[in-house]
Design a binder for this molecule. Sequence first.
Ligand code: ZN
Length: 280
Amino acid sequence: MDVWKVIWSATVLPRVKLFAWRACLDALPTKVGLHRRVPAISALCGVCGVAEDSALHSLAFCPLAQGIWASSEIRQCVPRGCLSVAEWFAYCFKLMDDGEMCLFLTTCWAVWGARCKMSIEGEMSPPNQTAAYAAKTCAEAREAIDVVKTAGKSVGAVTSQVKWQAPSDGWLKINVDAGQAGGGLSGLGVVCRDMEGSILSCAAVQMRANWEAPIAEARAVLEGVVMAKSLGLQKVIIESDCQRVVQALQKQEKGSSSFNLIIDDIFSVIPSSLQVVVFC
Ligand SMILES: [Zn+2]
């Protein structure tokens, strides 16, 4: 099973995906990681003090994590002999349906958040509150992503005649879209694909705002740039169907309107290592 693909296509918040991805790469700032670099720092878990603080310990075995899992609707288990988060995820993904997997990943993210809170503030949230927070965050994200998909369908009717074109070798393409979700909500959708059209990452954000179309589209481009940056991409094409936004970006338009401030934000987010081309 391709754990990465499953994570990137999950209907969860982008920050949950990034977290899950980093956990699989063993790139979380655990004490085992710190100890590797600075041997004087103890590798013992700062919460329970009885085991080494690996990513798997933090998320699955530590009493703090166990308390949250016991309060969660999700039933997960770590297979015998499992040594890494990537192995644990692969095992769980096989047993879970889409909804369970999203809640599982969001709960892992919430467990990590509860640990960080504990180590920074010295305060432990009640495990049932953390589990409930994960369930609520997961449900809201799934709902928002559905709204964006529905909003995208009306736009799709116009744009479907234009076939999605793959980026050339070495480039990735991020398509962005914005739509009114009704009830004073705006939805933004961002999808990153490789040259074969495989989805590497997608995100949807729902906000309580009634933006004019160019502002909503500019916000969607901003989300796209943030995604490219967080994925560590180097060459990306961002495609929007809003000519106003694309022209403003191509001309590096300046101004003090809300629209221009978002355009400024987009440029300020792009790191020097990232090459971005924007077009309609
Ligand atoms: Zn522990």
